[in-house]
Design a protein around this ligand. Structure first.
Ligand SMILES: [Ca+2]
Ligand SMILES: [Ca+2]
Ligand SMILES: [Ca+2]
Length: 337
């Protein structure tokens, strides 16, 4: 009986490992379920960059399958800046603007400005579908606010991915506190009901680490065809432990880490066999023996390929979570005489 049970467990575990559909189904949580990231973070624009946000805004894109005919909602958890979850500086005085865009100009593959990576460009092309400013408001504290309903066809059609693209911009329009929040793309305004085949992505990821030695955060960039190397940039990591890159072919490449208020930049070679799959950027916190817990660590990560094109991070890794496959030595069996 005991043996049967453990075999059953192994089977279930293996099944989960090889089943990318499982993560695709729950791809609407941002941060995603495999990322182990508690919150996104955006500071008010009067904040200091040394607190871990380099630009005081964050852009996320949602892709909705072309054939999805129901209405949907973009739910924001803890949109306010005050009470639970948020990072106070003096008193809570930050105001945060969330804006949802659809229509032509949103798709960042067709309109590079929409990625919001260059200073001074208009990253708000498209139709403004909904927006709201949140301050220190108890009614939205530790609760969801739902934007919508929206229809898929209000997005910007991307034929390659057979999806409509939407964008949500979060801006710290005033004050200096850090707004911590999460998103969920849902079929329902009051509950988190995933849309099959949908996903979320960004080009500049600003997030909060857990205050826990054992916790490892992951983000999953997608490596397209023709990529020879990627240039990674991480900001304000506060020398908190180590950052590793893992894939089917990489056991763990060590990435240079940034200190307070600076960037660390390096190149990571890509093997042809890694094309069309995801990488796993792992963020391991500094341990107690290495200098103690780095608290409330906020960090920014961006990537570009050898052509200077920005690389996307998907909330639900395309092709599933990459797992390193050790190269085993094949020994020839010599037949006995
Ligand atoms: Ca709050
Ligand atoms: Ca918040
Ligand atoms: Ca930091």
């Amino acid at each position: 009986m005991k043996l049967n049970k453990s075999i059953y467990r192994v089977l279930i575990f293996t099944f989960l490992l090889v089943l990318p559909i499982g993560s695709r189904l729950s791809g609407q949580a941002v941060p995603g379920k495999d990322e182990n990231i508690p919150f996104l973070v955006t500071f008010g624009k009067e904040g200091e960059t040394s607190w871990g946000d380099d630009d005081f805004y964050q852009i996320f894109f949602f892709s909705i399958p072309k054939d999805f005919k129901q209405q949907f909602y973009i739910r924001v958890f803890d949109p306010d800046c005050g009470g639970e979850n948020d990072e106070i500086q003096g008193i809570f005085n930050s105001k945060t603007l969330f804006s949802v865009y659809g229509g032509k100009g949103v798709d960042p593959e067709k309109n590079e400005d929409s990625r919001g990576l260059e200073k001074g460009v208009n990253y708000k092309m498209g139709n403004l579908l909904a927006s709201k400013v949140f301050g220190n408001e108890a009614r939205y504290d530790n609760k969801y606010f739902s934007f919508g309903p929206f229809n898929a066809a209000e997005g910007d059609l991307n034929e390659k991915w057979k999806s409509y693209i939407f964008k949500i911009v979060c801006e710290g329009v005033s004050g200096d506190d850090g707004n911590l929040y999460r998103y969920f793309l849902s079929r329902n305004p009051d509950n988190n009901l995933a849309i099959e085949g949908a996903n979320a992505f960004t080009y500049a990821y600003t997030f909060r680490m857990w205050n826990d030695f054992k916790s490892v955060a992951h983000i999953y960039p997608y490596v397209d065809t023709g990529i020879i190397f990627i240039k990674q940039s991480n900001f304000d990591w506060d020398k908190d432990g180590k950052i590793l890159v893992v894939s089917k072919y990489k056991q763990g490449i060590i990435v240079p880490i940034s200190g307070q208020n600076d960037w660390a930049i390096s190149k990571i070679p890509i093997e042809p066999a890694e094309e069309n799959s995801s990488l796993d950027f792992q963020f391991h916190k500094q341990q107690e023996s290495e200098g103690g817990l780095v608290k409330n660590n906020n960090v920014v990560v961006t990537l570009e390929n050898q052509r200077g094109d920005a690389v996307k991070f998907y909330s639900s890794p395309i092709g599933g979570v990459p797992v390193y496959i050790p190269k085993t030595n094949i020994t020839k069996i010599v037949p006995k005489k």
